[in-house]
Design a protein around this ligand. Structure first.
Ligand code: NDP
Ligand code: 2IT
Length: 448
């Protein structure tokens, strides 16, 4: 049995109850085969893949807080410090009822390669809780965030582990967490990114993941003789990533016509009105039905089990920006049948393994999230640099660096794919390019 198969089997047995983590490992290790086979003996002796698939450290803790009725509530908090070979652990905090250790591990594992691809010195980590911010008052969210940080602050720091936002964690939550960290630890440092502009945040961090996704997509299309100009885009999600992906797609001449949330989706034949979407989602924290109520050109569809939502709309480019496994094989078939020619992931692992395979086999340009959504964490690393030098850069400066980083990520993935004989397979290219730097650092640092 090959070394990759041996490790895959061991990882499956050891983590049998963590399907999302197994899915992420499966994709990465399988696509690394050409590199690993070329170094099989050395990597095996070093137990390199076993070390890569085992988090350096993970924390699980109780998060008690009091709701507006005086009732004590209890959630579970997590932080997985996966790999620090190339820098301090870096990765977001997800607040969603579906959060469990397997989901945090899949996200932390992906983050190792993504962060490496940015070319910046950041290791991989992820955290979060099964707390649901939806429908909670600001006071309840603050109570949760303060309790969460009261425990988390023991394990993080500006030079050790720097969390940020993810699903359910935006500027409000980061603010409450930063305040509590400062209060307990007594240090004013860049321990979190995605901070408000008045207390150390970076311009363009809010826009970075969505903008970066479109910079990557634009480069991928150009490199294949295509362009975004005049193209219809189907977008899922209506949160931080989706909103700024829609905005940048419009700036680059495309026409995004859909978005979705956990209760339904919108088809807007005139193209999504970003200002209205921001008003509904960022200001009112309301449902997308409110968007449709104010926009005559928009149709609202309630989410129904077994239906395929935004992926049934005829489009040229699909941008999944909501959550994992939201684009399955049937969706991929619908996209191909409708003439879609590119899929670029804004979310983490939104496309199932079967759907990815189908899309690639049918000649669709496919941008994997760990490359195409890396603009968020890259700009977080730029926020860390600004905090360290106690300076703030202009929007144009940060946005310019973000664009360069995304173009470089595309080029690294493209050339790694070519080097290993899988031209155009950006999944393999991104995994290989991300892996090479981490492995080099791990080998140099000995058995640790
Ligand atoms: P937000 O919480 O801002 O938005 C998430 C959006 O997706 C919301 O519209 C939400 O609906 C919808 N959604 C979430 N879960 C589900 C679900 N189970 N079913 C249907 N819809 C769902 O999160 P982000 O935009 O920050 O994150 C989106 C994705 O992008 C995630 O995969 C995240 O890991 C990834 N990502 C985020 C980065 C960042 O910088 N924020 C960076 C890189 C990747 P509703 O409005 O109803 O809650
Ligand atoms: O998945 C991700 O890359 C993020 N949620 C952003 C992480 C970060 O540290 O900015």
């Amino acid at each position: 049995m090959s070394y990759v198969d041996e490790v895959l089997e061991r990882v499956r047995t050891k983590n049998a109850s963590e399907p999302e983590f197994l899915q992420a490992v499966d994709e990465v290790l399988n696509s690394l085969r050409p590199v690993i086979e070329a170094n099989e003996e050395k990597f095996k002796k070093e137990a390199l893949l076993e070390r890569l698939c085992e988090p350096e450290r993970q924390f699980k803790f109780r998060v008690p807080w009091v709701d507006d009725n005086g009732q004590v509530q209890v959630n579970t908090g997590y932080r997985v410090q996966f790999n620090s070979a190339i820098g301090p652990y870096k990765g977001g905090l997800r607040l969603h009822p579906s959060v469990n250790i397997g989901i945090i591990k899949f996200l932390g594992f992906e983050q190792i390669f993504k962060n490496s691809l940015t070319g910046l010195p950041i290791g991989g980590g992820k955290g979060g809780s099964d707390f649901d911010p939806k429908g909670k008052s600001d006071r309840e969210v603050m109570a949760f965030c303060q309790s969460f940080m009261t425990e988390l602050c023991k394990y993080i720091g500006a030079d050790t582990d720097v969390p940020a936002g993810d699903i359910g964690t935006g500027a409000r939550e980061i603010g409450y967490m930063f305040g509590q960290y400062k209060r307990i630890r007594g240090v004013y440092e860049g321990v979190l990114t995605g901070k408000g502009l008045s207390y150390g945040g970076s311009l363009a961090r809010t826009e970075a993941t969505g903008y970066g996704l479109l910079y990557f997509t634009d480069e991928m299309l150009k490199s294949n003789g295509k362009s975004l100009e005049g193209k219809i885009c189907a977008v899922s999600g209506a949160g931080n990533v989706a909103i700024y992906a829609i905005q940048k797609a419009q700036q680059l001449g495309a026409k995004p016509v859909t978005c979705s949330d956990s209760t339904g989706w919108i088809y807007d034949s005139e193209g999504i009105d970003v200002d209205l979407l921001k008003e509904v989602k960022e200001v009112k924290r309301a449902r997308l039905s409110e968007y449709a109520a104010k926009r005559p050109s928009a149709e609202y569809h309630e989410k129904k089990a077994g239906e395929h939502g935004v992926w049934t709309v005829k489009c040229d480019v699909a941008l999944p920006c909501a959550t994992q496994n939201e684009l399955d094989l049937d969706d991929a078939k619908a996209l191909v049948a409708n003439g879609c020619f590119a899929v670029a992931e804004g979310a983490n692992m939104p496309t199932t393994l079967e759907a990815t395979k189908y899309l690639q086999e049918n000649g669709i340009l496919f941008a994997p999230g760990k490359a195409s959504n890396a603009g968020g964490v890259a700009t977080s690393a730029l926020e860390m640099s600004q905090n360290s030098e106690r300076l703030s850069w202009t929007f144009e400066e940060v946005d310019g660096k973000l664009k360069d980083i995304m173009v470089n990520i595309f080029r690294s993935a493209d050339s790694a794919a070519k080097k290993y004989g899988c031209d155009g397979d950006y999944v393999a290219g991104a995994n290989i390019a991300g892996f090479e730097k981490v492995v080099d650092a791990m080998l140099a640092q000995g058995v640790c």
